[in-house]
Design a protein around this ligand. Structure first.
Ligand code: ADP
Length: 191
């Protein structure tokens, strides 16, 4: 099994690229954002509790997403590995993920980080708002908060991964296909 983290600020294109990469490399795409939105759409108790946190652009508690991910890892069969998208988002989540994978004879093999500048991110998220219908894409103040939460809580994971020699920055500006090619080039080394 080969396990990748796809990383980058909100609007950097993680979700779009993850779908294409998962298909190409037979990876299981695990997006905690998608899982949480599915809970909200299904009207579950958990979804109801999480939706106000998400609409403010804050992070949901670590324990919630860790449990979701653990369940998915254990119920997935017949894949070449996992592609984690939007998870981990804190150093604590990263430590938990490493532990979970190690206990199952796996590890985080590589962290691919999409680099996109601030103004481009805001532009993309505002454009996406109509298509996605996501409340957290609509409000400029919430977008700024999500980017700020990324910088303060999520970006420290980059140092953690750099120390382990698994940090791989990738230029996230260009066409969807160009960025996909750049990511594929790095990922192909692992197969
Ligand atoms: P994006 O990266 O485009 O902002 P996501 O779909 O990954 O969007 O996440 C949307 C929201 O879901 C986040 O702003 C946060 O509230 C919540 N969320 C998703 N994944 C996590 C996570 N791993 N830890 C905490 N909160 C999360």
């Amino acid at each position: 099994m080969v396990n990748f983290l796809i990383f980058g600020p909100p609007g950097s294109g993680k979700g779009t690229q993850s779908v294409k990469l998962a298909e190409k490399f037979n990876l299981k795409h695990l997006s905690t954002g998608d899982m949480l939105r599915a809970e909200i759409a299904a009207g579950t108790e958990l979804g109801k509790k999480m939706s106000s946190i998400m609409s403010k652009g804050e992070l949901v508690p670590d324990a919630v997403v860790i449990e979701m991910i653990a369940n998915k890892i254990d119920s997935t069969k017949d894949v070449a590995g996992f592609l984690f998208d939007g998870f981990p988002r804190t150093v604590a989540q990263t430590e938990e993920l490493e532990k979970m994978l190690n206990e199952r004879g796996m590890k985080i093999d590589s962290m691919l980080v999409l680099d996109v500048d601030h103004d481009e991110l805001v532009k993309r998220l505002i454009l996406r708002a109509d298509l996605s219908g996501r409340p957290d894409d609509k409000d400029p103040a919430v977008i700024e908060n999500r980017i700020e939460v990324y910088r303060s809580k999520t970006e420290p994971i980059i140092d953690y991964c750099r120390e382990r020699g698994i940090y791989q920055p990738v230029n996230g500006v260009g066409s969807i296909d160009e960025i996909f090619e750049r990511l594929c080039e790095f990922m192909e080394e692992y197969f």
